[in-house]
Design a binder for this molecule. Structure first.
Ligand code: TRP
Length: 364
């Protein structure tokens, strides 16, 4: 049988999704969903994973499930083509996690660079919740339960995919070929790998207040772009400007397409010319920001409008999620059955086992 090509990815519902999520992953997902190259697409809201570092704040997670679902629909994820579901509604994932825990050592988890950074960022050092510490294992369950072959995520998720691949190899080595090794699919544009915050800080984060959200109003987007971090030494228009670390140009690298010049900045043939002028001196920040703002509005307006439409029928969104959970659960259950069979813990369906034991006890 030809191996199916299956996409799976998800997001923690800890806030509305922002343009970092969009260029880093969401946009690609929609393209993949529509490409016809994949047999199945699973997209899920990782509420259980979000609880691993939000245990004091479960209401935040609960509220953001619907926000993320709305963002998904707004960017064009389509429940007719993708199964959209909520992690906590698939209890089979917990059982898989429990078995996988035996395949991973504590020191291996301690070496996971993403978990390391997250522990520092959250000041967990001396009181790391066990569930948080082991979330890479539960993530391996998320991925393997659906036999995902392709996981489109940002580069910070690379250690999780590697961890999953190790678990798959270890499981298959011990129990025979059962699980599928997934591959990571990173964004292809360097600027999209990790879009900085509007303040130039390395990462967009709600706590830093440096995000542009998919659900921001046109005014909010305009204001945020106009106040973006550029080159602090570029004081006068005539000063030569630096591109490196200049957020406005990083965003242009991520969003600007050649046709935008014709529409919004016809004095320049392309981004290279714009950059050259800025570096030489004589090009003001405001002009570049206006150009970026126009591009951002073009990209975000349809998303914002679709979101407004979906917000009009919230029960329909929950119903869509409920159906997605049902479909997802059927797949996870089938995989779990195979896993139990491979592990030979399916005692009551195993006629051979019973015959073997009868023999062993000499009751023939
Ligand atoms: N860890 C991912 C994030 O923080 C969310 C996630 C959970 C995920 N399980 C996954 C992503 C499985 C891809 C595949 O964004």
């Amino acid at each position: 049988m030809k191996k199916e090509k299956i996409i799976l990815t998800g997001d923690r519902p800890t806030g509305r999704l922002h343009i970092g999520h969009y260029v880093g992953s969401l946009k690609r997902r929609v393209e993949l969903q529509n490409s016809g190259l994949y047999d199945k697409t699973f997209i899920f809201i990782a509420d259980a994973q979000a609880l691993t570092d939000n245990i004091e704040n479960p209401e935040k997670v609960r509220q953001n499930v619907i926000e993320v679902a709305l963002d998904y629909m707004a960017v064009g994820l389509d429940p007719m083509k993708s199964t959209i579901f909520i992690q906590s509604q698939i209890p089979e994932l917990c059982e898989l996690t429990f078995y996988y825990m035996d395949l991973v050592t504590v020191s291996r988890l301690q070496r996971n660079p993403t978990v390391k950074t997250e522990i520092q960022m959250r000041n967990f050092e001396t009181s790391i919740p066990v569930g948080f510490f082991t979330y890479p294992i539960s993530q391996a369950a998320d991925i393997t339960a659906f036999k995902a072959t392709t996981v489109p995520v940002g580069e910070d998720q690379e250690p999780m995919i590697e961890q999953t691949r190790e678990i798959v190899r270890r499981f298959n080595h011990i129990y025979g070929d059962t699980l599928v090794e997934p591959e990571i699919l990173l964004p292809d544009n360097a600027a999209c790998l990790r879009l900085p915050g509007t303040d130039g800080k390395a990462k967009m984060s709600k706590s830093l207040g440096n995000c542009i959200y998919l659900s921001d109003t046109a005014d909010e987007v305009e204001k945020k772009v106009k106040s973006m971090y550029t080159d602090p030494t570029h004081l006068k228009v005539s000063d030569p400007g630096k591109l490196e670390g200049n957020t406005v140009f990083t965003y242009l690298d991520a969003f600007c397409k050649p046709e935008h010049f014709g529409r919004y900045l016809p004095d320049y043939p392309d981004l290279n010319e714009l950059k050259a002028h800025y570096t030489r001196g004589g090009l003001g920040d405001m002009k570049v920001k206006k150009f970026l703002a126009a591009i951002m509005q073009e990209e975000l307006t349809p998303i914002r409008e679709r979101r407004k439409e979906f917000e009009k029928d919230i029960p329909a969104i929950y119903e869509m999620l409920r159906k997605g959970c049902e479909t997802a659960r059927a797949t996870a259950t089938a995989t779990l059955d195979e896993v139990r069979k491979a592990m030979k813990i399916n005692y009551f369906d195993d006629a051979e086992l019973i015959a073997e034991q009868v023999k062993r006890f000499g009751q023939e």
